[in-house]
Design a protein around this ligand. Structure first.
Ligand SMILES: [Zn+2]
Length: 285
């Protein structure tokens, strides 16, 4: 599943192609979107703004409507010049937004809905900007309170809650815990305020480093940023722990552990020595 950094970069690219330009074409395979478009035609409106909120991508139109999409596992937005061949078959097309210069195509986007300003504010699934770690409006102190409210849960699970920290996915979960020196299986109640603050700062820093102009599609947390390479042999080459089970910790040389965590059974990677449990207990991986 794309994490917040991917959606952020997609929103930036779509924003550059669409913002401020009149829409010249709109179509969709989703009846709810076409019905909205029949009643309030998007052609002739302009795109005011494109933003990411966690894993949601929002396209705001000048008529007041907002198209909200979520990629889940399968979806992606592509940008083409008129006449340029698409990289996916037409049958995968779900949404097309055109202007005089570009065609934005949403392929296999599984979740798409049109919102008014009012219904967008009421949609509890779409996080507010202050919760999005990549937003300029992000409020770190409020985030610490949201994390602390889940005292009985393991921090690795809480970091994945999109209503707590929007944008952090499974890769950044493990990486954030590692760079903070915190065991992902540690209960939130056992963490100090400083540790919670450090986790939030690390999550922001790691995600922000992956939305720079020259960030590629591969998440990099270790060894600085890398240029995008066409044939990336090992997607974990730029990571501290994720997907590195049995490989040696880049800090201490111990083997990296892997364990299934939480109600959603997501994989978690960590180093036992660099990320000890505060009470000295042992978690096996
Ligand atoms: Zn280590």
């Amino acid at each position: 599943m794309p994490e917040g950094d991917t959606i952020f970069r997609t929103a930036r690219a779509l924003g550059r192609a669409l913002t401020g330009k009149p829409v010249t074409g709109f179509r969709s395979t989703y009846p709810l979107l076409t019905r909205f478009n029949d009643e309030t035609p998007l052609v002739g409106q302009t795109v005011d703004r494109v933003e990411s909120r966690g894993k949601w991508l929002l396209i705001h139109f000048s008529g007041g409507g907002t198209l909200a999409t979520h990629m889940l596992m399968s979806g992606s937005w592509h940008i083409y010049r008129p006449g340029e061949p698409w990289q996916q078959p037409d049958v995968n097309m779900r949404i097309v937004i055109e202007n005089s210069e570009y065609i934005a195509v949403g392929f296999r986007v599984p979740v798409a809905r049109m919102h008014t300003e009012q219904s967008l504010a009421r949609d509890r699934k779409i996080p507010r900007s202050v919760i999005d770690v990549l937003s300029a409006e992000f409020d770190a102190e409020a985030a610490a309170l949201r994390i602390s409210a889940h005292g009985g849960e393991e921090i690795g699970d809480v970091l994945m809650r999109q209503e707590v920290l929007a944008g952090v996915g499974n890769v950044f979960k493990s990486e954030t815990c590692f760079v903070s020196g915190i065991n992902p299986f540690c209960k939130v109640a056992a963490l100090s305020r400083e540790q919670v603050a450090a986790l939030i700062a690390a999550a922001r820093k790691l995600l922000a480093a992956n939305v720079l102009e020259d960030s590629g599609d591969t998440i990099v947390t270790y060894g600085g940023r890398k240029r995008r390479t066409t044939h990336e042999a090992d997607s974990s080459a730029g990571l501290w722990v994720y997907s590195r089970r049995g490989e040696l910790c880049r800090r201490c040389g111990d083997p990296i552990r892997r364990r299934i965590q939480g109600p959603n059974a997501r994989v978690t990677f960590w180093c036992k020595r660099c990320q000890p449990m505060p009470d000295g207990s042992d978690v096996d991986g």
